[in-house]
Design a protein around this ligand. Structure first.
Ligand code: GRF
Length: 201
């Protein structure tokens, strides 16, 4: 059975593109059935449309408050009956409604080796700290900020002349490969979460 993926985006969507490309192979075991954004006009949504994938944009500003948006966003994602939801550059934290419906099947990718450098500026923070190795982490989202159980990580070297941009681009190249590999494994083989330990079978 091919697992149904919903991918959540806010920006460029290169991770989304990598998943779209991977799912062209029927052996991948997962297909992107919908892409959702928290804002209008993102290149990521254009990528979804170019691939003929259902796409929706629900800006928070259209709703009276964050909870109302969260409920609507949750309902919209649910209509696609996802087996796994992938946050790939999605800039909103999951709300209570979303997590109570999809907790345990919602993963996020972060451009640092968690628990180091959580938050919005991970490549810059890694550079400022002076670490020599950073990377990317795929994790199961919980109520915290980048705190959930870790599925996979990939290490990336920091070079002497890096800027936050060059470092982030190097991370993203490795991150895309990691996301495709591990989302595929989760979809094909299933996984368990016991405490902080994720085991992909
Ligand atoms: C990725 O590095 C992701 O970890 C971070 O934002 C970037 C998204 O890139 N949260 P893209 O939109 O998939 O190109």
């Amino acid at each position: 059975m091919t697992a149904r993926l919903v991918v959540l985006v806010s920006g460029n969507g290169t991770n989304l593109q990598a998943l779209l490309d991977a799912s062209l192979d029927p052996g991948y075991g997962a297909e992107v059935v919908a892409v959702g954004a928290d804002r209008g006009g993102t290149p990521a949504i254009e990528r979804a449309r170019a691939a003929d994938i259902a796409a929706f944009e629900l800006p928070v500003s259209r709703y009276p408050n964050r909870d109302a948006w969260d409920r609507e966003f949750t309902d919209r994602v649910a209509t696609y009956e996802p087996d796994l939801i992938v946050s790939a550059g999605f800039l909103k934290l999951a709300g209570t409604a979303f997590l109570s419906r999809f907790g345990g099947s919602y993963v996020n990718t972060h451009p640092a080796l968690l628990p180091a450098f959580p938050g919005m500026h991970a490549p810059r923070d890694a550079l400022d700290y002076g670490v020599k190795i950073t990377g990317a982490t795929l994790f199961v989202v919980d109520e915290g900020i980048d705190t959930g159980p870790i599925v996979a990580q990939v290490a990336v070297p920091v070079e002497n002349d890096d800027t936050q941009f060059t470092l982030h681009e190097r991370i993203k190249a490795a991150e895309r490969v990691m996301v495709v590999e591990w989302v595929g494994r989760m979809a094909r083989n299933g996984f368990t979460i016991e405490g902080r330990r994720v085991t992909v079978r």
